[in-house]
Every structure is written in structure tokens, then in C-alpha cells.
Design a protein around this ligand. Structure first.
Ligand code: NAD
Length: 333
């Protein structure tokens, strides 16, 4: 029996995750805790949130400690996948406050609720029935040079933005709850995701929107920052594998070995739109407009995913060229 709490289930990754796992036979009940910030939309769960018998929506803010405890206790939660967070780096630069209160304090409230309800204590073996999976980012490791090897799970943390610092801080709290209280925790550090239902403020949706509206495509700095792009369905499959088969107390990198400069990514999107939407007039690369760089912009992220592959048999199924083409084709004409 799994009474699974998914936090942030109305956001990009959370809604794709719920769609992917809600019918798994292991799940008895799936509770979706989300306070619906600007980034959360129940429409992302159309056909599920109001009709699926296993889906229970709790409009709760992680910053409300008593409410978080109520949800964990009343629903007899046995497993957690914790996604809810403030997630946009640019917003963390202009206003870091919500990143501290949601990503750090909110995670603390959830850890406390599970510690209390699961009754974990020091000097006791972790309870085998429970799992707390905390979803984090490769950005916690900081930035790589062009020729550096990818980050492994033992690379030191060196976050550079208020966003990544708040995620790194929450990861440290999760780690400490395992070591101190025996809470059965797992952490994942994932690379950049793309796919359906991503908020329009993120890079790929911004570029696609600009291309379709024939507006300038903003590119930070010289456009040579490198990111590793993973399809959200592959990320969600990895989260399920780690929740059900990961080793308690461990962390796992998740990525696609698909490193691209932002400029190469944007060129690819331009050429795809020119091919798939000839009516828009072609020559989309002419829309590219360089804008002043993001403050403290990390140059390169890349993660080594050998551990999750070897221990859990996970590997990504989408190749980027096919995944992005399908996404654009499915937007309709
Ligand atoms: P998102 O911004 O699309 O969704 C976040 C969700 O959390 C929203 O539904 C929002 O309403 C909810 N939320 C925010 N603050 C809350 C609060 N105080 N209480 C309750 N709910 C709250 O984010 P996403 O892209 O789906 O990312 C989900 C998680 O995955 C985050 O923890 C992020 O750090 C991590 N992650 C994302 C990526 C990526 O490329 N998107 C990569 C690696 C890790």
C-alpha cells in the first residue's frame, strides 16, 4: 500500500509525473499538495484532478507548517515525492525571498511532518515501508569548465544563484534528517527538463513562443552557456525508479548526456520551426537577439548518470531531436 504525497503536482514536472504514475498498481492514494503559485495550474491535470478516484488535491502552502503536518497525518502518507519549489533562476535574482521560505522552510516543514508522523528516531533502522524522495537539481553542484568531467554524486556542492543555493540548502536538510533521525530519504539531482506543460517563462517555451509570434528571441550573453537537456517523461520515470528501488540515504544524478550550448539549441528550434511551419516565412535565425547576460550565469552543467544506470537500470529513452520535434508538432497549427 502506497499513500503517495506529491508536492508541486500542478507544476511542470509534477503534473507530468502524476499523469505517468497515477495508475501504477502500487499506489492506493495520490495526494497532490500545491498552493498554486503563478507556476501551478490545475489545467495541467485536466482529466485527472477532478475525476480520478485516486487523486486528492490539497491546496496547501508548504510555508504553513500546521497544514503540512495535517496533510501527512490525515492522509496516512507513506511515501513522498517532493517537487514543490520556486524554480526560476531569473526570479531568484530579482526577488530571492520566496526561494528561501518555500524551498528551505517549506522542505523543513515537510521533513518535520514526516519525522513526526513516521515516528523516526535516532539509533533506529530506517523504516522500510516509508520513503521521502527530494527532487533537486544539477545546479547545486555549480558550474563546470568546458573540459571538466561531469559532476558525480560525490562532487562537492557549490551553488551560485539564490535558486541553486536554496535547493542545495534543502538538500542538506534532507541529508541531515537521514543521518540524525533515520528518515528514509533519497535525493535526485537532475539536469534541465523540456516537454509539455512547462511554464512559458522557461527557455524553450520562450523561444518557441517568440518564433511563432515572429518576435525577437532573447539570448543571454554570448549564448555559449551549456546545459544538458532531458525529456520530462524520462525524468519522471527516473523518479519512480529511485522511489521504489533507490537505496535509502543515497543521492542519484539524472541526465541525458545531451549537452548543448543555448545558441545551438535555439538554432535547432529555429530550423525546426522553419521546416514545420513554412507559412511563417522562414529565416527564423534572424530573430535571434543577444541581451545582457544573466547575473552570475553558470557556464556549464553536466552530470554523470552511471550510478542510477548501474544500480537501477534507468536510462533515458528520448533523443533530443525526436523529443523536441514531437513537442512542437503536438502544439497544433
Ligand atoms: P514549476 O515551477 O513548474 O512548479 C512548481 C510547483 O510548486 C507549482 O505547481 C507551484 O504552485 C508549487 N509551489 C511553489 N511554491 C509552493 C509552496 N510554497 N507550497 C506549495 N506549492 C508550491 O517547477 P518544475 O520545473 O516542475 O520543477 C519541480 C521541481 O524539480 C523543483 O523542485 C525544481 O527545483 C526541480 N527541478 C526542475 C528542473 C527543470 O528543468 N524544470 C530540473 C531539475 C530539478
Amino acid at each position: 500500500m502506497m499513500n503517495l504525497l506529491v508536492t508541486g503536482g500542478a507544476g511542470f514536472i509534477g503534473s507530468n509525473l502524476i499523469r505517468q504514475i497515477i495508475d501504477k498498481p502500487e499506489i492506493t492514494k495520490l495526494v497532490n499538495l500545491d498552493c498554486l503559485t503563478y507556476a501551478g495550474r490545475l489545467e495541467n491535470l485536466d482529466g485527472i484532478h477532478d475525476v480520478h478516484p485516486r487523486h486528492h488535491f490539497e491546496k496547501v502552502d508548504l510555508r504553513d507548517k500546521a497544514e503540512v503536518r495535517r496533510v501527512v497525518r490525515d492522509h496516512d502518507i507513506t511515501h513522498v515525492i517532493h517537487l514543490a519549489a520556486e524554480s526560476h533562476v531569473d526570479r531568484s535574482i530579482t526577488g530571492p525571498g520566496d526561494f528561501i521560505t518555500t524551498n528551505i522552510n517549506g522542505t523543513f516543514h515537510l521533513l518535520e511532518a514526516c519525522r513526526e508522523v513516521w515516528n523516526t528516531t535516532a539509533n533506529r533502522e530506517p523504516r522500510t515501508a516509508n520513503r521521502f524522495l527530494h527532487v533537486s537539481t544539477d545546479e547545486a553542484y555549480g558550474s563546470l569548465g568546458l573540459n571538466d568531467p561531469p559532476f558525480t554524486e560525490s562532487s562537492p556542492y557549490a551553488p551560485n544563484s539564490p535558486y541553486s543555493a536554496s535547493k542545495a540548502a534543502s538538500d542538506m536538510l534532507v541529508r541531515s534528517y537521514h543521518h540524525t533521525y533515520g528518515l528514509p530519504t533519497l535525493i535526485t539531482n537532475c539536469s534541465n527538463n523540456y516537454g509539455p506543460r512547462q511554464h512559458p517563462e522557461k527557455l524553450i517555451p520562450v523561444v518557441i513562443h517568440s518564433l511563432l509570434a515572429r518576435q525577437p528571441i532573447p539570448v543571454y550573453g554570448d549564448g555559449l552557456n551549456i546545459r544538458d537537456w532531458l525529456h520530462v517523461d524520462d525524468h519522471c520515470a527516473a523518479l519512480w525508479v529511485v522511489l521504489t528501488r533507490g537505496r535509502v540515504g543515497e543521492s542519484y544524478n539524472i541526465g541525458a548526456h545531451n549537452e548543448l550550448t543555448n545558441l545551438a539549441l535555439i538554432h535547432h528550434l529555429c530550423d525546426l520551426i522553419d521546416e514545420l511551419r513554412p507559412g511563417l516565412g522562414g529565416n527564423s535565425r534572424a530573430l535571434i537577439t543577444f541581451v545582457p547576460d544573466r547575473l552570475g550565469h553558470d557556464r556549464r552543467y553536466a552530470v554523470d548518470v552511471s550510478k542510477i544506470k548501474q544500480e537501477n537500470g534507468w536510462c533515458p529513452h528520448y533523443d533530443f531531436i525526436t523529443g523536441i520535434r514531437r513537442m512542437i508538432e503536438s502544439r497544433g497549427r
